[in-house]
Design a binder for this molecule. Structure first.
Ligand code: NAD
Length: 348
């Protein structure tokens, strides 16, 4: 485990168990050099504890990179609640998790993630102030969608010379909280949409509302489009999908889109412009971080929209250096984190 932590550059890893509620949970803190670690709490099925630990470590690192490139005063963290095998009281489980978060004294701020919802955050908030995405604060997904929309416009500007999306064909994979809101923004901007989701109801709604063409879930990789927009699962750019892509740009909300680093090189070699996932999808993190710090809605929106300039600048830099955009983003985030480690933030 220590080797795993070291290779991810992880600062600390915390475990908690509470027999009364059945809570077994993990908090991974990648670093607190730029400020408290921030990142969501997952409540999904894992085949075993080792997989859950690996996921927490990997995701915490990703959050650090995301916060660094977004210029937020935070390090990255992530938590995982192991699903109890028998019957359990979800309300009490989340309240107990609140005690766990609180025990770290503000070094980690939690938020919604896969499998957790606003009501869970409300229950966590009963026992700690270090939580976002409560009913009072709201859902980050619309901000993520706004950020990805800004990033898609920046990508079109760089690749096609104009950020006008009228008649641009976007193939969207996944019509969940982010994908559906994004489809709406793209439709309003005049884009043509092809969509896929494993949920037939969402597909039917998008067809009716946005005049979208639909394809079977697996068929989305073969669609001839200007932009492929992954908004469902991670690792969708992998050795079995990459040569099927028939697009000029990959830009979407999904976390960890590249199965591994070599996929960033492969996209570059195929002259497909890749919007690094943790840069283009930072709108949700910007929302939760600035909302937690009580910034005004207009400030948050302005910061989310700045993803346009950040991405355009990164593309120019990667192009000048003849490097894959994924590598340029990683190197930049690592430099920011390393510099912060020389003069780390101290809690007041
Ligand atoms: P969600 O669970 O609401 O939506 C995911 C959608 O993908 C669902 O509709 C699901 O049916 C669909 N899907 C699953 N497997 C699929 C497949 N094989 N083909 C097509 N569709 C499939 O999740 P979300 O909140 O919309 O997030 C989407 C992605 O964006 C995730 O990777 C998430 O980690 C990432 N993300 C979300 C946020 C946020 O604010 N919600 C922020 C940053 C990153």
């Amino acid at each position: 485990m220590f080797r795993q932590m070291e290779s991810a550059g992880l600062q600390d890893l915390h475990f908690w168990q509470d027999s009364e509620t059945g809570l077994q949970a993990i908090i991974a803190i990648h670093d607190t050099f730029r400020g408290p670690a921030i990142g969501g709490c997952r409540f999904i099925d894992y085949p075993d504890n080792a997989t859950a630990i690996t996921d927490a470590i990997r995701l915490a690192k990703g959050m650090s990179y995301k916060a660094a490139l977004a210029g937020l005063p935070h390090g990255g963290g992530k938590s995982v609640i192991i699903k109890p095998s028998g019957l359990f009281d979800r309300t009490r489980l989340m309240q107990s998790f609140g005690h766990f978060v609180d025990s770290l004294g503000g070094r980690y701020i939690t938020a919604m993630d896969s499998g957790t919802q606003i009501s869970d955050m409300d229950n966590i908030a009963l026992n700690t102030p270090y939580v976002t995405c409560t009913r009072e604060m709201g859902d980050p997904s619309p901000s993520t969608a706004f950020g990805v929309f800004a990033g898609i416009r920046a990508s079109a500007k760089f690749r096609f010379g104009s950020d006008d999306l009228h008649n641009i064909h976007v193939a969207i994979q996944g019509l969940g909280h982010v994908g559906y809101a994004l489809a709406s923004l793209l439709h309003d901007a005049g884009a043509r949409l092809t969509v896929s989701d494993i949920d037939a109801e969402k597909v039917a709604r998008a067809t009716a509302e946005f005049n979208a063409i639909t394809v079977e879930a697996d068929g989305i990789y073969d669609v001839v489009a200007d932009i492929f927009c992954p908004c469902g699962l991670g690792a969708v750019i992998n050795p079995s999908t990459i040569n099927r892509l028939n697009c000029a740009i990959v830009a979407g909300s999904a976390n960890n889109q590249l199965a591994d680093d070599s996929m960033g090189d492969a996209l570059c070699q195929r002259a497909i412009l890749y919007a690094p996932d943790y840069l283009i999808n930072a709108g949700g993190l910007i929302f939760v971080a600035l909302n937690h710090a009580r910034h005004h809605e207009s400030v948050i929106r302005q910061k989310v929209d700045s993803i346009y300039d950040a991405l355009l600048e990164l593309y120019k830099h990667a192009d000048a250096e003849q490097k894959p955009t994924s590598l340029t983003a990683d190197l930049r985030a690592e430099t920011i984190i390393r510099q912060a480690s020389l003069k780390p933030y101290q809690a007041a």
